[in-house]
Every structure is written in C-alpha cells, then in structure tokens.
Write a protein that binds this ligand. Sequence first.
Ligand code: GCU
Length: 684
Amino acid sequence: IDPAWLPDEALRAVGSRRVRVDGEGPLADTVRAEAAYACERFGGRIVGPGDRPDLLLRLADDSLGGEGGEGGEGGGSGGNGEDCPRHPEGFTLHRTLDRTTVTASAAAPAGLLHGYFHVVRLGEAAFTPAPAATHRPALTPRMLDHWDNVDVHPVMGQVERGYAGGSLFWRDGRPRDEPHRIRAYARLLASCGIDALAVNNVNVHATEARLLTDRLDDVAAIADLLRPYGIRTHLSVSCAAPVLLGGQATADPLDPHVRAWWRETADRVYARIPDFGGFVVKADSEGQPGPFAYGRSHADGANLLADALAPHGGIVHWRAFVYDHRQDWRDRTTDRARAAHDHFAPLDGEFRPNAILQVKHGPIDFQTREPVSPVIGAMPRTRIAVELQATQEYTGQQWHVCALAPMWSQVLRFRPHGEDGPGVAGVAAGDGGGRGGGGGLVAVSNAGADPFWTGHPLAQFNLYAFGRLAWQPDADPASLLDEWIELTFTPNRTADPDRLRAGLRHVVGGSWETYEKYTAPLGVGFMVQPGHHYGPSVDGYEYSPWGTYHFADRDGVGVDRSRATGTGYAAQYGKPWSDTYETPDTCPDELLLFFHHVPYGHVLRSGKTVIQHIYDTHFEGVTEAEAARALWASLKDLVSPARHARVTERYEEQVRCAREWRDQVNSYFLRKSGVPDRHGRRIH
Ligand code: GCU
C-alpha cells in the first residue's frame, strides 16, 4: 500500500530524537506508539521522566491559556493567547531558544495526537527556534462522508461515485475485514486533521439501513479501528428506518411511536459505540424517503433524530440537497439552483442545537465552477456544515489531475454578506447570528481500496488539503501543496530536489484551472455524459428531467437567473452579491453563464467575446494538459517507479479525454453560432 503523505522518511526528524510522551489513555498510547515507530526507524529513542527529551508531548492543564503566537489561526474562530478556549484538540508548541526541549502541550489527549502530527509536518523546522504558538482547529467536526455501499449496487457499484477501487470498509455485502488498511487510513486522516467519518452512502439501500440495527456490530468494528486515531464514527440512516427495520406503520416524525423507536435505537447504538458521532441524512432527495411524505417539514425530520441523539451528545447532519429531480425541461420557471434555499431558508431557527444543516458548497452539484450556495449565508440561527466533494465526480474522476484546494479555499473565504459579515468558514465555525455552534466541514471521500488510496496518486492531495483546510480554512493552498509535496515525495532525499518541487507545483498547482478550461465554459456546468458523468456530452442533460441545462441556441448560451428577467435565483443572495450577480456587467466572468444567457458576441472583461473565449480556453486547456504530461514524464528519475507509472497512465487518458472535450465543445458552438475561430484553428 502506498504510504501517501506519511512515508517513513517523513518521520526522520522526530525519529532521530529523544521523545517523551506524558499522558494516559488510548490516544496518548497511539502517540507513544507512533513516536516509538519513528525512533525505531531513525535511531532516536523514547525516554522516561528522568531523561531530557528533545521532544516532549505532554498533557498539561495550563497548556492552552496564556500563550501568544498564532492562536488565532483559522477562519476567525477566536483570538489568541489568553482568550483562547481550551480546545480539546488544540495544543501549544514551545520551541524557544532558551529551551532545548521542544514541547507540545495539550489540554486533552486529542491535542497530543494533533500536536505530534504537527511536529511531523514541520520536520526539522520543528526543532528550530520560533515563538510559542497555540494551534486549534477552526472547524469541528472535520468529517469525511464515504458513499460506500455494503452490497454492490447494480448501478453505482461498491462505492457510489467512487474512483479508487472498492470500499475500504465493505466488500460484496460483508465487512472487508482488512483492519490494517482501515488503521492505516485512520492514521493518514488523523495526520491531516480529520476527526469524523461516516461509513456508508447517503443513499441508504436495504442492507445498509440495517447497519443501524442488527448489523451494528459491523459499524462498531470500524469504530474500534478509527478511535485510536481520534476519529468518531457516524452512520448514514434512512428516514424510513422505523418502517423498514422497526415494524412501525409510519415513519412520521411527529408520531410518538416513531419518536420512541428512534430514541431506543439511538440508545442501543450508544450502548455498543459509546463515542458514536451521529447520523447523516439525505431525505426527500433523489428518491430517498423523508418528512414530506407525511406533510412534515425538514426541521421536523431533523429534530426527531436530534432528540434521539441528544441524551448521548450525538449530532445529526441533515443534508440540504433537496430539489425536484423529475422536472420538465420545457418549464423555464423551475430552477434547481433555487431549491435548497426555497426549502430551507424559511426554517431558520427551527432546528435543534444538535441538528446541523449540511449544505453543498454550490447550489447545483459539485461542478467545476459554481457560485457559493446562498443557503450558507441565509440561516444565521442554524448550525451549518459545508459539504465539499473530494471524490472527483465532475472533475475528472481521478483520471484527470484536478487539485481542488484552490476552489475550496475560495469557497471558504467567500463572504456571503460582503466584507462586514463572516466568511463561509466563519459560518461553518459558528460565527454570526444565534446559531450556537458551527457545523464544521464535510467532504465526500475520494479514497478506496486502491493501492494508491485514491486511484490517481496526485488525487491524494485533495484528501490531504481537505483535512488541512478544515483545520485552518485560511491556509494558503499553495503552501499546503508544498507541505504535501515535502511529506509525500521527500524531495531532499532525491538527486534534484528543486526540479522535483518545481515540477510537482506545476502539474498539481494549476490543474483545476486547466480542467476548467477544457470542460464546460464560464460556470455553465454539466455538459458531461449522463449517468456516470465522465467525459463530454454537451447536450447530454439538455432535455433531461435533472434541471441542469445550458440553453445554447444559435444566438447565445447560459441560464438567466437574474431577478429582473430570469428565475430570480440571484435575489437569494444578500447584498452585495444579489446586485453583483444580477447583471452581466457586474457578474464575474467565470460565473457569467451560470447567471446569464448572453449572446456569443458578448464581450468579457478580458476583451474577448464569449465564443472566442470558448475556443481559446479549449485549445489552451488541452495544450496545458499535454505540457503537464510532458513535465511529469521528465520527473521519472525523481519519483518512485510505481507512482510514476500510475500517473503516466492516467495522463494518457487525461489528454485523450481533454481533446475529446475540446473538439466536442468547440464543434458544438461553432455549429450553433456559425462564428468562426479568429485564429482559424481546426474545429470539426
Ligand atoms: C450527486 C451524485 C449522486 C449523489 C448525490 C448526493 O447527484 O451524482 O450520486 O447521491 O449527488 O449528493 O446525494
């Protein structure tokens, strides 16, 4: 199995020193075992209380108060030093000149774990002088949703939208029974800051529904493997469970028997898994059951489960991905982008304190480019979790390099109410309004049973960056990339560190923009092949019931979502965005076709017409993909052969597919518009 960002080599700095871990309990034991492993490899040793260590990791009551430094890191979740809350996952790192021992002090064992991996990330730099600094996560929970099925689904397979082999947890209806892989996965996740994981698909089919009841032991076994790395286990459940599993006549959220059934069921879950995290729910969405069947609201549905979990400290993540997936494409008044806000914004203030509304970052569905969902800024009295998609459903399915950290960073920094209000990360942290807490950050996992974890080895960066951004949403994506490169590729152990670093920065760093260039233009989205969503099909969804249209005709393209003449979606934003998005003149170019239907001759800020922009970007995108492939080839002497070969194979497919995208999109728009390419390039 590929070591991803934790090759032994990354442990050299810690492993060549004397290390002491002061603390009791399972997490402290994990840290001790980690340090011992590192020391075995690199000649250091674990020392006892009598010996002076180079690195001391200790539980200390005074650790999180009274220290200056960079305690304010992470999306505005609080100040530094003295007013810093004693966060159970936080730690303070002392690495001052006058002390020869570098010390990570934590108030709770989870802080020891995160402190240890922080030191690993810093490497040798951890042992150079710097001001004392307190670190704690801006967002909690930092959760991965696995869209894994227990049974192989006839259409979606073992993992829905999975591009990394089978499931790490399940195979053909049974637990996969490879505990060492789950343990190694937990270790990777903990090392980048992830602390929660849902073990099954949000589309809960018959077998998976039973994980809640008679197959709970399977879940408990996974929880046992995740726990030593500080990761809580969550479960996706079906709203129909009382009927499906409990023999009830109804699943009505307000029915007393239904309420009692959920309470008893939650009690049994906690009796078996005392630190169980909670439930994830997809309700009234793409065929999943929900409260609408009983004339109840989504707050009724969420509160039912929240009440069942509350006595145990559990939370429910209730998804806001609710829309009409059977709409009539002829009906121009229905706009899928509006749906989540229409359904949920009126419910603000009605959710229980332990009910979290989990909102996809964009209003449609994880496209390469979407505006930030207006729901995130519209519910100041609701705990909001923002949902990202690490699995590359629409971004190349882990055959294309598409590093998503720059996109996620833009999302997290977006300010729904302009400069004066909290950013998206602040909302997820619980800032603003009377929401009484944050909902954290969630990503659909891109990992599976593949030997490289993520199919495409460079897609490991998406998993890593998710964890790091959830901990520190204002982290610079370029620095995170450097961090990941150092850990994963340990350039200093190669013949030409700088060439390797520069090459990797280049092929990974700009890959999202490259992917965007050769796929759907200017935020219009989709244009993918229906069903599996890989590769181009410009009209694939145009006459479908899914609500994902581009409306190209001979004169122009795009969706009019303005208030004045369109669907009114732009008006779901607060100011200034409702004004910004309202007219083509003020709308950012990259979202132009998301918000407006414009003629092909419309001139963008770049000075180019829309049609020429489409041609140019599609030629450029392919050229960039070809150049990235060549650059990767030139790194062969600096990368392990297996990893190099896997990426090389994927680049062949990326370039083939990019050319297909270019030629289909360009030919389509040439034929629609009749406008020739200014540069006379070959369009078919
Ligand atoms: C997308 C995806 C589905 C998934 C859904 C969801 O539509 O294609 O496979 O179930 O999102 O997020 O629930």
